[in-house]
Design a protein around this ligand. Structure first.
Ligand code: NAP
Length: 356
């Protein structure tokens, strides 16, 4: 059956790792609505609150949902869930900026988890394709790197060489995980690897209490934390529903290959606030002015933003080439305003923040 413009093969089950996640939820929804049998690997299938949105979608669709317990850090953990699957969507990976031990909390689950899932793919005869949710942060760490890239913008040919355990460890975790994925993929010929590299994902969640860092950032914007001014921190943004569509295209378009920058546009916090103001400015404490770079530099460390991050990202335009995603995956992108408005509507109905 088709999902958007993509024909989903429903003849064998598909595995989605980290199925409780923000991005994964929309992938699972697309697959279930196309009539697929989805093997949803989650850490705790017994946690009804975390899987409720998935079971509800399954009840209302032609597809079938089967929950499996699996952990990135346990070797062999995905064997049962992968049994009989031709397609594996590997989305599971921690996405948070606030960690005490970056090696243990970010790098180990991202890197060892990717090895665990992809080694399992090689050991499971039915697997023909693995779609990996990587990130644009496996391409770059700081927005200043865009101008230095060949042609003045990030492309799929660029790799992150500047993240470390001490500086932007989440970016390091995604870079090491994607590199390991290509090494494992290149060492065998049973399955093909296709990689999606999304920019900052925005848009409505399907679950009630999302843990993704995306929500923390929008919460900071609309809860008054940036009331005195929003930094022009350069980044790319993309709607979660478009990211899910890119994953389906990567899985089911025969000729899909390689990495794909999946980003709708370049943005910064002030532009995001401006996009939200017409509908939400009256009731929510959105920033009304730009925070000058010197002020962000001064206050940055008290807001989890090291000075190096300020000097290399604030007032710097993020630039990336998304043309491969349009050409090879048929992507069209929702405008940022629509994504942010739908995200705010959902967060408000979930009680994520109070009006001013
Ligand atoms: P999320 O909602 O926090 O999802 C992360 C998922 O990873 C959760 O389902 C979580 O499962 C799972 N996970 C974490 N540690 C695990 C472990 N040890 N074993 C098994 N599962 C584990 O975040 P998200 O934003 O949807 O992120 C999904 C993917 O997209 C990640 O690979 C992330 O790097 C990538 N990405 C996200 C963005 C963005 O802006 N959001 C941008 C680019 C790429 P539990 O429910 O059990 O905790």
């Amino acid at each position: 059956m088709t999902q958007g413009t993509i024909t989903v093969d429903t003849s064998s089950p598909v595995l989605v790792t980290g199925a409780t996640g923000y991005v994964a939820g929309w992938i699972v929804k697309g697959l279930l609505e196309a009539g697929a049998t989805v093997h949803a690997a989650v850490r705790d299938p017994g946690n009804a609150a975390k899987v409720a949105h998935l079971t509800k979608i399954a009840d209302q669709s032609d597809g079938t949902l089967k929950l499996f317990a699996a952990d990135l850090l346990q070797e062999g953990s995905y064997a049962e869930a992968m049994q009989g699957c031709e397609i594996v969507f590997h989305t599971a990976s921690p996405f948070t900026a606030r960690v005490d031990d970056p090696q243990k909390e970010l790098v180990d689950p991202a890197l060892n988890g990717t090895r665990n899932v992809l080694d399992q793919a090689s050991a499971t005869e039915s697997v023909r394709r693995v779609v990996l949710t990587s990130s644009v942060v496996s391409i770059y760490t700081d927005a200043v790197e865009c101008a230095d890239a060949p042609g003045g913008q990030l492309t799929e040919a660029v790799w992150n060489t500047s993240a470390s355990l001490e500086y932007q460890p989440y970016s390091l975790s995604k870079t090491l995980a994607e590199k390991a994925a290509w090494e494992i993929a290149d060492a065998q010929d049973q399955w093909k690897l296709v990689v999606i590299n999304p920019a900052l994902v925005i848009g409505p969640s399907l679950q009630k209490s999302p843990t993704s860092e995306s929500f923390h950032l929008v919460q900071m914007l609309a809860s008054g934390a940036m009331k005195s001014g929003a930094p022009r921190y350069g980044m790319g943004v993309v709607d979660v529903r478009d990211v899910a569509q890119a994953h389906l295209a990567a899985a089911y378009l025969e000729e899909a290959e390689g990495r794909h920058i999946v980003s709708a546009q370049s943005a910064d916090f002030f532009e995001m606030a401006e996009a939200l103001r017409p509908r939400f400015g009256k009731d929510y404490a959105l920033p009304t002015r730009v925070a000058p770079k010197w002020l962000v530099w001064l206050l940055g460390p008290s807001m989890d933003m090291p000075r190096k991050m300020v000097s290399r990202n604030v007032n710097v335009r993020w630039k990336a080439d998304n043309s491969k995603s349009k050409r090879a995956l048929g992507m069209t992108y929702r405008p940022m305003r629509e994504s942010l408005e739908d995200m705010m509507d959902k967060m408000i109905s979930d009680g994520a923040f109070a009006a001013k």
